[in-house]
Design a protein around this ligand. Structure first.
Ligand code: GLY
Length: 565
C-alpha cells in the first residue's frame, strides 16, 4: 500500500512538473534546415560535413569528414594527434558509442609525474612530449567508417586534404588565441614552428605537412598512422623530445565500441557517453537530483534554479572524482550512482535556505583554471541518423608540441589522469585512485556528446568543449530548451554557470547574470566568481522541430557555424 502510494505520488509529481513547463515556443532563432545539418566550431568543417551529406553520405560519413576537417581548420582542438568520443542514434532508434580516447603508453606508471619526494612535477603532465597520450582519432574515424560508412574513405578524407593545401583564413578570435599561446608553442616546439609564427585576421595558413600525412592515410588506411613510416617518425619524434610513446604503443591502439549511458528525465530519454568519460553518468546524476524540482516554475537562471542545479552538481562531481576511471581497469558502481533512491539520499542535505558546504560533501583546497579547449560537433542526416562527437587535444593546442614533419599538434591528455590523489589537474579536478595512471589505461574525461529523445523520437544532438565545465554546459542547454522553452540557438547562447564540488565556488559567465541574483546567492552562503570564466562551454547543437525541420545552435562564443539543407 505504502509502495503504491509512493508510485502514485511520483506519477503525480512527474505529470505536474511536465504540465507546468511553459507552452512550446514556435519560433526558432538559429539556422533552420529541411533535412540535414552539421554544426561545428568552424564554418569550413561544417560545410565539408554538410557537403558529404548532400552527396549521399550518411551521418557517419559526415562524422569522418568533419572530424578530419576540424583537424585542419581548428588546430586549437581539432586533431589527429588527440582523441574523442562519439554517441550515435540511428534512424531506427538504435544507439551506441565509440571511445577513441587516448591511452597511457606502455612505459607509463602511477608515479611518473612525481618527484622523489612524491610531489607533482610542475608541467610534466601538461606540456611537451612527456604529457602525450597515444592518439586515437585516426583509429576512431576508421572504426566508425568500417561499421557504418557508406561512401568510400578516400572520398571522406579528400576535402580535409584539399582544405589543408588551400589553407584556412585566420579569424579575429583565432588571431587572439594564437597570440595568447604563441610563446608557449615557441618554447615547446621552436619559434619557427608553423603556429608560432605571427598571424593576423584574414591571413591564410596552409598546412602542407598535414596534407601530406592525411594523403598517406587516404592511400594506405589507418596503418599509415599506426604502423610503418609515420609511426616510426612519430615515435622517434616524441622520444627525441623526452616522451614515452613507442611504435608498439601505436601498433596496439584500438578504438573501443561502448554501450552509452541511457536514462530518463521527465519526458526525455538522454543518451550520453559512458566511462572512460564521466560525462554521461555525471549528467545522469545531476538530472536525477534535479528532477523532483519544478525548475520551469522557479524560472530560467533564477536564484532557486541556480541553487538546485549547483547543489546537484556539487554532489555529482564529488562522486565523479572519487568513483570514475577507465572501466577496463576499475570497478565503477554504475547502477548505484544512477539509482534514484541513492540520488534522493545525496540531495537530502539540500535546502533552499542556504548553501551546502563542499567540505560537508568532500574536502580539498584547489585553484581552478578557465578552459574551453576541446571541440564538439553535431550531425543529423536526411534519413534521421544522428551523431554527437566531442574531440580534443586536452589543452588548447594540446601539449604545444607540434611536429613540422607530420603537421599536427600532440595532445597533453595524460593530465586528465590523477597524477597524485588529492592534487588537482589543469581543470581543478581532484582525482582518486580510480583514475590513477597505468600502462594502456584511458584517462577519465568530461566529454559529454549527448543525444536526447522525446516521445521516442530524436529531439536534440548536443555537446560542448570546456573541460570540467562540459557536463554542466550540456545540462543547461538541454534544460534551456526542455524546461524553459528557449529555441535551440537561444539555449546555446544563454549565459551559463558552473559548480564542480571543488573549489566550492559557483562560476558565472561575466555579464550574464544580474548582480541581484549573485548577491542573493552570496547571502545564502554561496561563494561566487565572474572572473574565472569569461565563457563557459561552447555548445554546438541541433534541435528537431515539431514540423521535422532542424534548428541549429552554433555557439556565439566562438566562430561556430551551422550548415544544412
Ligand atoms: N580533456 C578534457 C576531457 O576529456 O574532459
Amino acid at each position: 500500500m505504502k509502495q503504491q502510494f509512493s508510485i502514485l505520488a511520483i506519477l503525480i509529481s512527474v505529470l505536474f512538473t511536465t504540465a507546468c513547463r511553459q507552452a512550446p515556443k514556435l519560433q526558432p532563432t538559429g539556422l533552420v534546415a529541411e533535412k540535414a545539418m552539421v554544426v561545428s566550431a568552424r564554418v569550413e568543417a561544417s560545410k565539408i560535413g554538410s557537403n558529404i551529406l548532400a552527396k549521399g553520405g550518411n551521418a557517419f560519413d559526415a562524422m569522418v569528414a568533419t572530424e578530419l576537417a576540424l583537424a585542419v581548420a581548428y588546430p586549437f582542438a581539432g586533431n589527429i594527434g588527440g582523441g574523442g568520443f562519439m554517441v550515435y542514434r540511428k534512424a531506427d532508434g538504435t544507439t551506441g558509442a565509440i571511445d577513441y580516447r587516448e591511452k597511457a603508453p606502455l612505459a607509463a606508471h602511477a608515479d611518473m609525474y612525481l618527484d622523489s619526494l612524491g610531489n607533482v612535477i610542475p608541467n610534466k603532465s601538461t606540456t611537451g612530449a612527456t604529457s602525450v597520450g597515444v592518439p586515437g582519432t585516426i583509429a576512431g574515424v576508421f572504426a566508425v567508417h568500417k561499421r557504418f560508412g557508406k561512401l568510400p574513405m578516400t572520398q571522406l578524407i579528400a576535402p580535409a586534404i584539399a582544405l589543408a593545401k588551400r589553407g584556412v583564413v585566420v579569424t579575429e578570435k583565432q588571431e587572439k588565441r594564437l597570440k595568447r599561446y604563441r610563446n608557449i608553442i615557441a618554447k615547446v616546439s621552436g619559434d619557427s614552428t608553423l603556429l608560432a609564427l605571427s598571424y593576423k585576421q584574414g591571413d591564410t595558413i596552409k598546412y602542407h605537412a598535414l596534407a601530406s600525412t592525411l594523403t598517406k592515410i587516404q592511400q594506405n588506411g589507418r596503418d599509415a598512422f599506426y604502423k610503418g613510416e609515420t609511426a616510426k617518425q612519430l615515435a622517434a619524434f616524441i622520444q627525441a623530445k623526452g616522451g614515452y610513446i613507442t611504435e608498439e604503443d601505436l601498433a596496439k591502439y584500438e578504438a573501443k565500441w561502448r554501450s552509452p549511458i541511457s536514462f530518463k528525465y521527465k519526458g526525455l530519454k538522454v543518451v550520453s557517453m559512458s566511462p572512460p568519460s564521466s560525462g554521461g553518468i555525471t549528467i545522469q546524476q545531476i538530472m536525477g537530483m534535479i528532477e523532483p524540482h519544478n525548475l520551469a516554475n522557479y524560472g530560467h537562471n533564477s536564484v532557486k534554479t541556480i541553487q538546485v542545479i549547483a547543489e546537484a552538481e556539487r554532489r555529482a562531481y564529488a562522486d565523479r572524482n572519487y568513483f570514475l576511471g577507465d572501466p577496463d581497469f576499475v570497478e565503477i558502481p554504475m547502477q548505484k550512482l544512477g539509482n534514484k533512491a541513492y540520488l534522493k539520499e545525496r540531495m537530502a542535505s539540500f535546502s533552499l535556505d542556504k548553501a551546502t558546504k563542499s567540505t560537508d560533501v568532500g574536502h580539498g583546497q584547489i585553484q581552478i583554471s578557465e578552459s574551453n579547449e576541446t571541440t564538439h560537433y553535431s550531425i543529423i542526416d536526411a534519413a534521421g541518423n544522428a551523431v554527437s562527437a566531442t574531440t580534443t587535444l586536452n589543452g588548447g593546442y594540446g601539449s604545444k608540441l607540434y611536429s613540422e614533419e607530420l603537421g599536427f599538434f600532440f595532445n597533453n591528455e595524460m593530465d586528465d589522469f590523477s597524477s597524485k590523489p588529492g592534487v588537482p589537474n589543469m581543470f581543478g579536478l581532484i582525482g582518486a585512485e580510480a583514475n590513477s595512471i597505468a600502462p594502456e589505461k584511458r584517462m577519465l574525461s568530461s566529454m559529454t556528446p549527448t543525444i536526447v529523445e522525446k516521445d521516442g523520437k530524436l529531439f536534440m544532438v548536443v555537446g560542448s568543449p570546456g573541460g570540467s565545465t562540459i557536463i554542466t554546459s550540456v545540462l543547461q542547454t538541454i534544460l534551456n530548451v526542455y524546461e524553459f522553452n528557449l529555441s535551440m540557438q537561444e539555449a546555446v547562447n544563454a549565459p551559463r554557470f558552473h559548480h564542480q564540488w571543488l573549489p566550492d565556488i559557483v562560476m558565472f559567465e561575466k555579464g550574464g547574470f544580474p548582480s541581484e541574483t549573485i548577491q542573493e546567492l552570496k547571502a545564502k552562503g554561496y561563494q561566487t566568481t565572474t572572473d574565472r570564466a569569461p565563457i563557459l562551454g561552447k555548445v554546438d547543437a541541433i534541435l528537431v522541430l515539431p514540423n521535422g525541420k532542424l534548428e541549429g545552435g552554433a555557439d556565439k562564443r566562438g566562430d561556430d557555424a551551422a550548415i544544412g539543407f
